[in-house]
Design a binder for this molecule. Structure first.
Ligand SMILES: *[C@@H]1O[C@H](CO)[C@@H](O)[C@H](O)[C@H]1NC(C)=O
Ligand SMILES: *[C@@H]1O[C@H](CO)[C@@H](O)[C@H](O)[C@H]1NC(C)=O
Length: 292
């Protein structure tokens, strides 16, 4: 309880102090993609040097390791993940991080099941810190849904393993509406037979969200949400996709997906929007969790 109180006090201080200020970032270190020229529209397979901050989260259950979500490398030692993919619910529906020996992270890997991919790295996790206010408010929505995984070693950056920048700007939605963004995650092909492969989809940030998200948007009193939509009949049909935007020379993480519009048969509707939780509001919390 005391920890929560201190946490909110520090967060408030941070927010008051940084109203005018941007968070600093090292533009030589983060958000650098050496092969962005090949980025194309639609749900395309990524090349190895594209989105080099993508992390695969693998967890063990009853002796079997399986893909459980994706994350973003944000420093030599930290991965930002969707809290739901590294936690379980206790009796009171609280999100409790899984035990660290049941989780492994793959970096620099395009294909999940190909274990010894050149240039890839498998690392363990020392600590999982969920945002203290993460909460499931609807079956389809978590708020403050972020978790910081501290790796058990400092990783060396290469062309295939590099961090993404945290969103350092104070921005209004109006400043990003109509801009291009990329959702990246690990998916299978249509047959579902191939191994999981890193894929990306180009999206556009929307000014308004569809009525479909009416219930979720009621929680804008607790968190900042926005919608993005795929181009040319391609949507981010991956639950744990994170959203990246390029500003000048660097790539930034801007959102973490919350809710997708499904068809009546529960399959993803690629022509519709995806609801994202904005990362901007969480940057101070992320920085605090990285210090923990
Ligand atoms: C925000 O709004 C929702 C829906 O109206 C409500 O259930 C929730 O308690 C509100 N949260 C806060 C912190 O006021
Ligand atoms: C779900 O419905 C859509 C549109 O009605 C259809 O195109 C698609 O094949 C269906 N998928 C499955 C798995 O039934």
């Amino acid at each position: 309880m005391l920890k929560l109180l201190i946490f909110s006090l520090i967060l408030n201080l941070y927010q008051v102090n940084s109203l005018q200020k941007r968070f600093p970032f090292d533009d030589n270190l983060c958000g650098i993609m050496s092969e962005s020229a090949g980025l194309i529209h639609g749900g395309k397979l990524s090349k190895k040097a594209q989105f080099p901050w993508m992390a695969i989260i693998s967890t063990e259950n009853l002796g079997i390791w399986s893909h459980y979500g994706s994350g973003s490398l944000i420093s030599h030692k930290h991965v930002l993940a969707y809290a739901g993919s590294v936690s379980y619910h206790d009796n009171s529906n609280k999100l409790i991080p899984v035990s660290v020996d049941r989780i492994k992270i793959y970096l620099g890997a395009i294909e999940y099941e190909k274990l010894d991919e050149p240039g890839s790295l498998k690392v363990g996790v020392e600590k999982i810190s969920n945002h203290p206010f993460v909460r499931k408010v609807l079956p389809s929505l978590y708020v403050h849904q972020i978790s910081i995984l501290t790796l058990d070693q400092d990783v060396i950056f290469t062309q295939f393993i590099r961090p993404v920048c945290l969103w350092p700007f104070k921005s209004d939605l109006s400043e990003i509406v109509g801009k291009e963004a990329y959702a990246v995650g690990y998916g299978r092909d249509e047959t579902g037979k191939d191994s999981l492969i890193r894929k990306h989809v180009r999206l556009t940030i929307q000014e308004n969200c569809d009525n479909f998200f009416e219930r979720e948007l009621k929680f804008q009193n607790e968190t900042e949400l926005f919608c993005a939509k795929g181009n040319e009949n391609e949507g981010p049909c991956m639950y744990d996709s994170q959203l990246y935007m390029k500003i000048e020379q660097n790539w930034f993480i801007k959102g973490i997906s919350s809710t997708i519009e499904t068809l009546e048969n529960e399959t993803c509707n690629m022509n519709r929007q995806t609801l994202y939780e904005d990362i901007e509001q969480h940057v101070p919390a992320i920085q605090l969790l990285m210090l923990e």
